[in-house]
Design a protein around this ligand. Structure first.
Ligand code: SF4
Length: 232
């Protein structure tokens, strides 16, 4: 029984490695992937807080403006909330986000000597930082092993048949058990990019999907796939 379970786990791990390898070869990186080569950890942290429920194009533009005006953690910590709000008002929840990024910058200065902390526990103490944002900072700013789970990662992991979970937090816990650790850092980038272009929430483009042969299509109705096929 234990032998069978071990075999199944190792087959799944191999399947996951194939999927991630296909996706990394076929797709361009995400906005946070670009941030990783462009910004320091503090800018990545602030950019990730701002990106929640915001379109990538808007987040990128707002970050440019914000970081030009407030180029250091000290400058942002000393800013007036209404000035920050004016700067980021194209982004949803900008009142709360303005408050959070000022408070976060103050804590980074007061408790971490001006440097963004590099552990999940320390990141979770910062305002506006939940497990997803913290995981993104670990992966994209520090190249540390974490699996940040957003709506795309949660949806696609379930469709592929890797997990059967109801909430992103459960998906993260399950993925950390089944994804080989050497692959943790690419899970978010691969699945977010795939979710935006191919495995969309309402109408996944299964017939243009490079990982179709690995996918169990859990919850995908045949009718929807045939409709897309005919449309092609
Ligand atoms: S085959 Fe369809 S459901 Fe599966 S990953 Fe590709 S687009 Fe998503």
């Amino acid at each position: 029984m234990i032998f069978k379970r071990t075999m199944a786990t190792s087959k799944l791990a191999t399947n996951i490695t194939h999927v991630l390898s296909c996706l990394s070869k076929q797709q361009s990186t995400t906005m946070l992937g670009h941030f990783s080569g462009k910004y320091d950890p503090w800018r990545i942290l602030i950019g990730t807080i701002l990106s929640a429920r915001a379109r990538d194009e808007v987040t990128e533009q707002v970050c440019e403006v914000l970081f030009n005006k407030y180029p250091t953690v000290e400058a942002l910590a000393g800013a007036k909330q209404q000035d920050i709000e004016q700067c980021i008002q194209r982004i949803g929840f900008y009142h709360t986000k303005a408050r959070n990024i000022i408070k976060t910058s103050k804590i980074v200065i007061q408790q971490h000597h001006g440097s963004v902390p590099g552990t999940m526990d320390d990141l979770l103490t910062l305002p506006g930082v939940g497990r997803k944002v913290a995981g993104c900072v670990l992966v994209y700013a520090f190249q540390k092993d974490a699996i940040p789970v957003d709506t795309h990662v949660h949806r696609i992991s379930n469709r592929l048949g890797w997990v059967r979970t109801k909430a992103p937090e459960q998906t993260e816990q399950r993925l950390m058990k089944i994804v080989p650790k050497k692959n943790w850092q690419v899970v978010n980038d691969c699945l977010v990019s795939h979710g935006k272009k191919i495995c969309k929430p309402i109408q996944p483009l299964c017939h243009s999907c490079c990982i179709e042969r690995y996918c169990k299509k859990v919850g995908i109705h045949k009718k929807k796939i045939n409709w897309q096929k005919n449309k092609k």
